[in-house]
Design a protein around this ligand. Structure first.
Ligand SMILES: CC(C)(COP(=O)(O)OP(=O)(O)OC[C@H]1O[C@@H](n2cnc3c(N)ncnc32)[C@H](O)[C@@H]1OP(=O)(O)O)[C@@H](O)C(=O)NCCC(=O)NCCS
Length: 165
């Protein structure tokens, strides 16, 4: 499985269509605006949309985003827009995408990653995410969740020098 930023993938227009149909259209984005957003989400810092593909076939997508839940502008960054094509589900594609977003967020030095979900709490809990309480999104109840990120060695500050005696 190859995972790369959407802006580097020939499948970006197709993935934009998936996201537009699933969520973004309801958020007021046109299909063209969705595609433009993905093209601008170049990473490595958020926002960065990733596409998973195998043998030239797009399988799924996930995004490392700056913000996602309007009621919690205090939290960042977010795992957002996790979507796998129905024909490729239950093969570990989302698990791999989520792990890659976590790895990238950790590499950027973030200590914690956030998400909200309407009905996939069990999926994320099984992968180490913890519930952070109820929230509301578009008038519907959702669960806020987070996961602690392992700080990569390069991001750990060097210890202070030992004073000379
Ligand atoms: C939710 C969603 C992203 C999951 O994608 P996925 O690629 O099927 O997820 P995975 O394959 O990694 O894991 C799904 C299940 O398949 C299982 N699985 C993974 N590989 C498997 C395999 N080779 N054989 C059988 N089962 C497998 C996983 O253990 C997991 O089981 P669990 O839910 O009991 O933990 C997908 O169903 C989807 O796009 N749904 C619509 C959009 C959505 O709800 N997105 C999430 C918003 S928070």
């Amino acid at each position: 499985m190859l995972i790369r930023p959407a802006c580097q993938s020939p499948h970006l227009p197709e993935i934009a269509g998936w996201l537009h149909a699933q969520w973004w259209g309801d958020s007021g984005y046109s299909r063209a605006a969705t595609e433009g957003w993905l093209r601008a989400a170049t990473g490595p810092a958020a926002p960065c949309t990733l596409i998973a593909e195998r043998d030239g076939v797009p399988l799924g997508t996930a995004t490392l985003d700056v913000d996602d839940l309007p009621s919690r502008p205090d939290l960042t960054p977010w795992l957002a827009s996790v979507l796998v094509a129905p024909a490729h589900r239950r093969q570990g594609v989302a698990t791999t995408l989520v792990a890659e977003v976590r790895r990238r967020a950790a590499a950027l030095g973030h200590a914690r990653l956030w998400l909200f979900t309407e009905d996939r709490q069990a999926f994320y809990a099984a992968r180490g995410w913890v519930p952070e309480g109820p929230e509301t999104w578009r008038g519907r109840p959702v669960a806020l969740m987070s996961c602690a990120l392992a700080v990569p060695p390069a991001a750990v500050p060097a210890p202070p020098p030992v004073p000379a005696r």
